[in-house]
Write a protein that binds this ligand. Structure first.
Ligand SMILES: [Zn+2]
Length: 473
């Protein structure tokens, strides 16, 4: 997916570059001391944590395009203004809107019983009276895709694939394939509906929602996730013989609904037109209160930026906090931001986003120009006392800033430990009590430190190596 960083450089130059890249760039003593004091202060951060507590309590769930997301924008503007940020504003855009009205999944035969289920975002509705049919079980999406039409036609598909629990969330990426593809693959073969085993990793009856397909699912049928224990139950019933289920999903759809990105800044001084962007997303799914996904991320970047704003002198570059709208339903805020600021992306010197809960940061990945790698080493060395190890230079950014990274904006991905993230993510269990204050504050410390150094040093993170000239070519 990414081009090797050193492609095209002569072998001798390559060796030289690798050695140079491993050496940290010198950091002015005063900047280093300030970054360290920011990390110390973050250990008792109240502002970031209060931001996520208040957002999730006073606004609650924030489904993209809903009245609640609109309230979250208004709440954030008031809060960020109150906190003293500069240039607080909303950049509005419109999105297609989907919302659940009701859903139910139940076993009809051999033994009538309810299953705990949630419709996936974007799911088609069933007829008002619902659909009912025999269940056909598949181990994976590819098994469904390979099945003959005769096996699926007129039935209710059940994909029973489990999500693997991993520290970096890679198991989720695989799990999402069935969430994205089931409705379409099932309808293409004449199925009445699709049920998937929840993409989450927890052992409780907490079904996990999420968008079913980010683009082009015209004609795809109804789709719901059933919780892990309910998927186990359905599997056990199927081992004993034929099972029929009833599925009823009712939805509300609008072609245009308001969303927007909320922006707040710490205005810079002599390099004010250069931007260090730190982001999160303000919208959430509708089941929990979106505390880990992504109220925590917003609290982390707001807390970090606020610590820097409290310094006696503002930093040289502008720090821009972006609370993206409508991330969950198709990265609409990211696209809107890139469109609106497309002619100014060369002034975005660095971007990072927090969207993986509040687990501790353990790895510092970057995507810098090759001659800027010494800056990555300096930042990694600075963050080492926080338990942060060196990462590689292949960061992709994250959902909302990935589009900036692909346009050449250097990015940092502070990798968090997400081993239990998908126990809560997109479920009714994503609530404020799941945030560990100490771990949250470690995130604030890391963001405050690297954001400050990036804003204060004037370093060029795009910097490429000078072409090698050996004179013998
Ligand atoms: Zn998220």
């Amino acid at each position: 997916m990414f081009k090797p960083v050193f492609a095209g450089v002569l072998a001798t130059g390559w060796l030289f570059s690798v050695a140079a890249a491993q050496t940290p760039a010198p950091l002015e003593a005063e900047i280093e001391a300030t970054a360290k004091s920011l990390m110390d202060q973050a250990r008792s951060d109240e502002i970031g944590l209060a931001f996520v507590e208040d957002l999730t309590t006073e606004v609650g769930q924030r489904l993209a395009g809903s009245e609640a997301e609109q309230r979250a924008r208004a709440w954030s503007v008031a809060e960020l203004t109150e906190l003293g940020f500069d240039n607080v504003r909303v950049e509005p855009f419109e999105i297609p809107f989907w919302s659940r009205k009701s859903e139910s999944v139940s076993v009809l035969t051999p033994s009538p019983q309810m299953l705990v289920a949630t419709a996936l975002g974007g799911s088609a509705a069933t007829p008002l009276e619902g659909v009912a049919g025999q269940v056909v079980r598949f181990e994976s999406l590819s098994e469904l895709q390979a099945a003959p039409i005769s096996q699926v036609d007129g039935k209710i598909v059940f994909i029973d694939e489990k999500t693997i629990k991993t520290m970096d969330g890679s198991g989720y990426g695989m799990g999402v394939r069935k969430r994205s593809g089931c409705a379409q693959a099932a309808s293409d073969k004449g199925a009445l509906a699709c049920l998937i085993r929840s993409v989450g990793t927890q052992p409780h009856r907490m079904p996990h929602t999420g968008i079913m397909a980010r683009d082009g699912a015209e004609g795809a049928g109804p789709v719901a996730a059933i919780s892990g224990p309910d998927a186990d139950q359905l599997s056990r019933l199927l081992e004993r013989g034929a099972v029929t289920v009833a599925v009823n999903i009712q939805t509300e759809i609008k072609t245009n609904a308001p969303s927007g990105n909320v922006i707040a800044e710490v205005a810079g001084t002599d390099l004010a037109d250069e931007i260090v962007l730190i982001g999160c997303h303000l919208d959430s799914w509708d089941l929990g209160t979106g505390a880990l996904d992504d109220g925590a991320g917003c609290g982390i970047v707001v807390g970090a930026a606020r610590l820097i704003a409290d310094l006696p002198e503002p930093p040289r570059r502008t720090i821009r906090v972006v609370l993206y709208g409508a991330e969950e339903v198709g990265l609409f805020g990211a696209t809107a931001y890139a469109r609106q600021h497309g002619d100014n992306l060369d002034k975005h010197v660095l971007a990072a986003e927090s969207d993986f809960g509040a687990g501790p940061i353990w790895r510092f990945q970057t995507r810098f120009g090759e001659a800027a790698l010494p800056y990555a080493r300096t930042l990694q060395t600075l963050l080492a006392p926080q338990g942060v190890t060196r990462g590689d230079n292949r960061a992709f950014g994250g959902p909302d800033i990935g589009i900036l990274a692909r346009s050449g904006v250097p990015v940092v991905t502070p990798g968090q430990n997400g081993i239990d993230y998908f126990d809560y993510h997109h479920t009714p269990d994503d609530t404020f009590d799941k945030i560990d204050a100490t771990e949250f504050r470690q995130n604030v410390a890391v963001y405050a430190a690297f954001t400050y150094v990036a804003a204060q040093t004037g370093w060029d993170f795009r910097k490429q190596a000078e072409p090698e000239t050996t004179g013998t070519e």
